[in-house]
Design a protein around this ligand. Sequence first.
Ligand code: ASP
Ligand code: MG
Length: 419
Amino acid sequence: MALIIQKYGGTSVANAERVKEVAKRVVKYKKAGHDVIVVVSAPAGRTDALIKRAYELSDTPNKREFDMLLTSGEQISIASLAIAVSELGEKAVSLNAFQVNFKTTSAHTKAKIIDIDTELIQEKLNEGNVVVFAGFQGITKNNEITTLGRGGSDTTAVALGAALNADEVEIYTDVDGVYTADPRVVKEAKKIKTISYQEMLELAASGAKVLHPRSVEIAAKYGIKIHLRSSFDDSTGTIVENKKTIDEIESQNINTKGDAMEKVKIVGITSSKNEGRITLFGVPDRPGIASKVFSRLAKSKINTDIILQSSSINKELNNISFTVKSDDLKEAVAISEQIKEKIGAEGVSYEEKIAKVSVVGIGLKTHYETTSEIFDTLAENNINIDMISCSEINVSCIIREEDVDKAVNALHKRFIEID
Ligand code: ASP
Ligand code: MG
């Protein structure tokens, strides 16, 4: 008997028919003798509809009320699933964040998990119930309702897994795993069987939307295996876990001979379209300027991604460029205009339609030939690179939005379709 945590996304609980299908799967696990905790998202489209409602009522909806409104979506799903499971003859109980003291910070709309009280959940399991828990929501120490940010139910599920010491968390979704590129863009994209936390984090951060990055961080920290799979069939999906030990590698006959050992293994090509770039030009070259610019942006909770500072010819002035998500562009431009005045920069320019394409694989940084092959591939396809950033496991290039699908296909062909 194991403790199984299953999380079902919005499309898996979109309507009564889908909820019944989920209930059947849950009951199958329960009947096999396992303890089952199910975390669910709001029915597909519900959270978007609630957000729309909030903005129909106000341009700046109060964040406390916003979270109160949004958490109602998940409550539809937990009660529906508990009813459906009971209907199949198994005991089931729905629980929300308030009932289990699922404590978070007070940062409404992007709260972080602090602590989970597992007592009630354990008690309900001991009584033979399937526990159906509301994803995405939490409560502050003052019992205010919070949410964890869009897509946060994955994080709820993995956090519960950590708190209850589960061996594995199954994340059921409408795709059957993580792919080497978005299968809608690249016909030859392949399903990845196993992937390390680090690689998965990098894929998620650079555009792959299958898993909430914070859920992967928690899984890595507590060593929880994630099985990402489809709720529409029984096929094995993608396992996210620590990299294999040498014994496992040997027992699976993975090639460790020749140059295979030190070759970079590219796991995937990702892209993200909703990016904007801002440049502050003619910025005085003295200590403390970058700190002023980025602390001001951080204060407004604007995440910057790629940052580039280049010195101009006379060496006394710099240009600082950075990218932000499209949603934040307007605000970031306004802030940059204020900063320009403060630091005596010459001007601010921005570009709306840019995209990022990323090649992800462990060891990229020390394999300069791979990095140059990435640039060659883009050049051969006549794609202009605007900005570049390299890390240990990720090379990202900012390019024009219209070139992005071509870039992903070309890079996939060069680095993934070879073996
Ligand atoms: N219902 C929330 C959302 O749509 C949380 C989730 O789906 O994970 O963002
Ligand atoms: Mg979701």
